[in-house]
Design a protein around this ligand. Structure first.
Ligand code: NAD
Ligand code: MG
Length: 350
């Protein structure tokens, strides 16, 4: 990772010794960066095709998967060749899944272009698409052979997407690294402005995620900590119908992390001052922290509970939550009684 890496993409990717690369990108990112990437690959002797799909979460669908798989086959990608995902998490998840299944698996290179994808989705090997039954329910673990995160590409990212990704950066501090959270409080402006702090934040986030995934690739245990703020967050995304005009994932996570802290305070396991500090930082960075900030409202307590119960982190009626004893001290709490969640949400909603 680093500023300006796209120009070196050819030499780095050529080192994987493939003959053909199918670049999968979306209609926002393609016009900005696909030609430069393709040219760099061609200079290093690779045959390149570019597959462009509509931007947005709706593209993580069966229909797009079919389109990508057929286009990748059409491009004569064989075993040993490459699918290159150029874009945010939507492209990474979709192209990654196509790479996992085309010819029973071809190699994948991730070139993430959003802050969220650079610090989260491009690392760790989860790929997939959405089903009518919910998000990310059809997919595969397929580790990339290479991830190239050019932090200069974030210069064109809309501010709202930048903030959304930043929520996931902060998450790593909240999970188990209080020093990194304090670093975020002091340096977040540089991350947004594209100073050296941005590279530092991306690098530190990838180190943190990789450390978790190396220990628990398939989420049998501690990988679940990466879901801090996501049980509440996913419920909000569901309630707002995944409508990005109302709420994007990182915004849901920002509210969800604040709720996880306030819920932990309500359960008597976390000092209130820590919850206040988290909320102050996220809101300073321009992120929402309260249910009341969801445009168009967030539904009733029953609707929220219902949306949570549909999340995959529910087992036998009890909820699994990532709770905190403080900043940098998260833990997995299984069997959280629905009654405590209800009482907390009633409080939040009043
Ligand atoms: P995204 O891919 O939809 O990108 C957000 C928007 O920014 C899109 O409109 C895109 O076209 C645009 N864009 C991307 N890069 C740009 C750039 N450099 N300049 C200008 N515009 C740019 O969204 P995202 O937030 O990157 O990813 C969200 C997806 O990631 C979700 O589907 C989520 O489920 C998935 N995800 C996966 C994992 C994982 O482990 N696989 C982890 C977290 C999230
Ligand atoms: Mg997330």
């Amino acid at each position: 990772m680093g500023r300006g890496l796209l120009g070196e993409a050819g030499s780095r990717i050529a080192a994987l010794e493939a003959r053909t690369a199918a670049i999968v990108t979306d209609g926002h990112v393609g016009p900005l960066y696909a030609e430069a990437l393709a040219a760099s690959l061609q200079q290093h002797g690779l045959r390149v095709s570019i597959i462009t799909l509509p931007p947005g979460e709706a593209t993580k669908s069966y229909a797009s998967l079919e389109r990508v798989c057929d286009a990748v086959l059409e491009a004569k990608v064989e075993r040993g060749d490459l699918v290159v995902a150029l874009g945010g998490g939507v492209m990474g998840d979709l192209a990654g899944f196509a790479a996992a299944v085309v010819r029973r698996g071809v190699r994948l290179v991730q070139v993430p272009t959003t802050l969220l994808s650079q610090v989260d989705s491009s690392v760790g090997g989860k790929t997939g698409i959405n089903s009518l039954h919910g998000k990310n329910l059809v997919g595969a673990f397929h580790q990339p052979s290479l991830v190239l995160a050019d932090t200069a590409l974030l210069d064109t990212l809309p501010i709202r997407e930048m903030r959304a990704g930043y929520a996931e950066v902060v998450k790593y501090g909240l999970i188990d690294d209080p020093d990194f959270f304090a670093w975020c409080e002091a340096n977040w402006r540089g991350v947004f402005d594209g100073g050296p702090e941005r590279d530092e934040a991306v690098a530190q986030s990838c180190r943190a995620k990789a450390a978790v995934v190396v220990k628990d690739e398939r989420e049998d245990g501690d990988r679940a900590l990466l879901n801090l703020g996501h049980t509440f967050g996913h419920a909000l995304e569901r309630i707002t119908y995944y409508d990005s005009a109302r709420l994007v994932h990182g915004e849901g996570v920002a509210i969800g992390m604040c709720q996880a802290f306030r819920f932990s305070v309500a359960l008597g396991v976390c000092p209130p001052a820590d919850a206040e500090r988290v909320e102050a930082h996220l809101s300073e960075a321009g992120l929402p922290t309260r249910l009341a900030q969801v445009p168009g409202g967030c539904g009733t307590v029953d609707e929220l509970l219902d949306a949570m119960a549909q999340d995959k982190k529910v087992k036998g009626g009890a909820l699994t939550f990532i709770l905190v004893r403080g900043i940098g001290q998260s833990f997995i709490a299984r069997d959280v009684p629905v009654a405590s969640v209800r009482a907390f949400l009633q409080d939040e909603n009043s």
